[in-house]
Write a protein that binds this ligand. Structure first.
Ligand SMILES: *Cc1c(COP(=O)(O)O)cnc(C)c1O
Length: 388
């Protein structure tokens, strides 16, 4: 098959004697052996037989194999959430005395793991800004830097980082490049093709796409994934077979869903530009985005998230949310239903004003996760809430 989309659809675990067309759900904690010798061989890693669902499970394998097809990855491991994928990738590959270099615009819980927990284990970190130049990235590298961790586009600021530029620097210094590809999805960009060593995902977002389950994954270089597998197999953040079964099915429709999410998002971003109540609209594929050239170089679409800044600041943000009639107010993103959020009063309320400014979160910033409703209805709700 020539196309990854066809390969993904046709990547399936083996049929049972029932001849089922859709993969069955293997809701089992463990797997049986015919005899003591087979069991010994499986435990000795001499065979690939399933032993226990904390290590491996057919539904989890199908989900991972399909994600590897989309990301052009050699191997992968699926986890119970995006955060356990992020945490597992750090704990398996970093040790006391290592330095992690990242960017200050990263997901809130990732920032907590890096700044609060990694130092407890003697792992140091530092940040550069999302708009750092190659020289600034290079200047931030220490002799102990073992990993560079980035997220692009960033949540919620939608800054775009140049993956190829950063990967060239990482390669030059023999540093692992780890990319959170949650916002773009492998339909929007494939960081491994641009030089990333591993890619982490929150499958909870666009991959599930219907707001049902938590899940995560790390995919990439085989040797690094093996270390992550050994760490996770022993420590236990494994993905539930039920969630894997749903997420594997979700991957079949990821491309068609993302096409609509992204085309809806682009129309809404374009139509909101220049609105009297808005200071600016941010979307990676708008010509007014400061990094539009990087976005168009490395992404196939601009993604499903649109941000804009209301003129009235914090109060205008709360007023806007209260005036919405159709859009949901909820903490998730990447759902069929459009979602509005106000980072300054919710996800980023604990940061100081200066910290929020440093990562591009102004008091009036609104984040829209554009759903699959008709774009005219999404826009109509946003426009009436702006007028209210
Ligand atoms: C949500 C999110 C995560 C964490 O994923 P969970 O599945 O909620 O644990 C990590 N990175 C980004 C960019 C996210 O949006």
């Amino acid at each position: 098959m020539k196309h990854n989309q066809s390969k993904l659809i046709r990547t399936q675990i083996e049929q049972t004697n029932e001849g089922e067309h859709s993969s069955p759900l293997y809701l089992t904690s463990s797997f049986c052996f015919d005899n003591a010798e087979d069991m010994r061989a499986a435990f000795a890693d001499e065979t690939a037989d399933n032993i226990y669902s904390r290590f491996s499970n057919p539904n989890v394998k199908e989900f991972v194999d399909r994600l590897c097809v989309l990301e052009n990855a050699e191997a992968g491991f699926a986890t119970a959430s995006g955060m356990s994928a992020v945490f597992g990738s750090f704990m398996a590959l970093l040790k006391k005395g290592d330095h992690l270099l990242s960017c200050n615009s990263i997901f809130g819980s990732t920032h907590t793991v890096i700044s609060k927990y990694l130092p407890k284990y003697g792992i140091e970190y530092s940040y550069v800004s999302a708009t750092a130049t190659a020289a600034e990235w290079e200047a931030a590298i220490l002799p102990t830097t073992k990993m560079i961790y980035i997220e692009t586009p960033t949540n919620p600021g939608l800054e775009v980082l140049d993956i190829a530029m950063i990967s060239a620097i990482a390669k030059k210094h023999g540093i692992i490049l780890n990319v959170d590809n949650c916002f773009a999805t492998p339909i929007g960009q494939t960081p491994i093709d641009l030089g990333a060593d591993i890619v982490v995902h929150s499958a909870t977002k666009w991959i599930d796409g219907q707001g049902r389950v938590l899940g995560g994954a790390v995919v990439g270089r085989k040797d690094l994934i093996h270390e992550i597998y050994l760490f996770c197999r022993a420590t236990g953040p494994s993905l539930s077979p039920f969630n894997a079964w749903l997420l594997s099915k979700s991957l079949e429709t990821l491309e068609v869903r993302m096409e609509r999410h992204c085309s809806n998002a682009l129309v809404i971003a374009e139509k909101l530009q220049g609105h009297a109540k808005i200071n600016f609209v941010k979307y990676p594929f708008l010509n007014s985005h400061p990094q539009v050239a990087i976005a168009k170089k490395q992404m196939k679409n601009g993604g499903g998230i649109v941000c804009f800044e209301l003129k009235g600041g914090l109060e205008a943000g709360k007023q806007f949310l209260n005036s919405l009639k159709m859009l949901s107010l909820t903490a998730n993103l990447g759902d069929t239903r459009s979602i509005a959020s106000h980072p300054a009063s919710t996800t980023h309320a604990k940061l100081s004003e200066a910290e929020r400014q440093a990562v591009g979160i102004n008091p009036g910033l609104i984040r829209i996760s554009v759903g699959l409703e008709h774009h005219e209805d999404i826009l109509a709700d946003i426009l009436q809430a702006l007028e209210a």
